[in-house]
Design a binder for this molecule. Sequence first.
Ligand SMILES: Cc1ncc(COP(=O)(O)O)c(C=O)c1O
Length: 391
Amino acid sequence: MKRAARIERLPAYLFAELDRKVAARRAAGVDVISLGIGDPDLPSPPHVVEALAEAARDPSTHRYPSYYGLPAFREAIAGFYERRFGVGLDPDTEVLPLIGSKEGLAHLSFALIDRGDRALVPDPGYPVYAISTALAGGEAVPIPLTAERGFLPDLAALEVPSGTSLLWLGYPSNPTGAVADLACFEEAVALARRHDLLLCHDAAYSEITFDGYVAPSVLEVPGAKDVAVEFGSLSKTYNMTGWRIGYVVGRPEAIEALGTLKTNLDSGIFEAVQRAGVAALTGPQDHVQAMREVYRRRRDAVVAAFVEAGIQVKPPLGSIYVWVPVPPGRTSQVFAEELLDRVGVVVAPGTGYGAHGEGFVRVSLTVADDRLAEAMRRIRAVLGAEDPVRA
Ligand SMILES: Cc1ncc(COP(=O)(O)O)c(C=O)c1O
């Protein structure tokens, strides 16, 4: 069978070898603890599950959903933007439901990138921005993000190569946990306007923040809707990764182009899931605060363990990850393999998120407290803070 060139051109999947090793260690009876994946361990809120069950019993939800999403779900998203950010959205032209935000992030490139076009992408960053650019025939140009600048882009110094049409950013950041303030978004909107770019902001972790920090929306910048879209997700805010429901909001022409592509590719989100999405966005939000508290506690435990082991880690103000410098003398991948081989703990090598991820690993906070504590005990042993243990 011949594989399409675009598949052949995909970069080697860094996690594939790690996955293979994890499977081998498990088969050998090792109690592997994975801090490699950002998939919440906490359940979806009961009232959201109830809304799904009730909707699933209504046969009218069993048919093809409407292409552009249930009006009630689009209105719920607009209502969330009004309440949370003070941003007004037209639910018909400025809101589009997605089958999980990843679906829309990837398809946007196919709606807007032609062969040879360029997109600026954060490095390190969520890999979908660069991969979808490449799959659509374009070129992803990395925006280097460094610890010295708090993993924020130096937009004043950023060169915008010819043929660039998209600028991707995502805060709170996967993988670094960095957060951006409104001034950063103002600069990004101004840059997008100057260079006629679409600013694409990924706000998947906007509600997972700590220590009193509240994440802004790009759309809070006056006039941003002329040049920006923002992606959101119910996955992390409501522990709904398996349900596949998210959205994109903002610049109507971009929403329209993505919608046109999607009507030719997919048939929307199960209506029962959309009704549950309405319950999530419009119902009680107390569980979101409780979830923040769980991640805050885990974040503090992870940061404290690394600091005790002599690795300086700053507690991130957002996301479900801690971005940890690797000890001297190792690469990200070598350190990740060392943790798996010696103590059965999986972390994600920073280079899985771009070349500038070298020197870091990403630790996910989505495992139960006792397993996280055990994982940190094992990691500390490798770092020499305790007697070595074997998993
Ligand atoms: C930064 C970021 N954006 C988007 C997504 C995709 O989320 P979903 O497709 O579940 O909405 C993820 C998932 O891990 C992510 O980390």
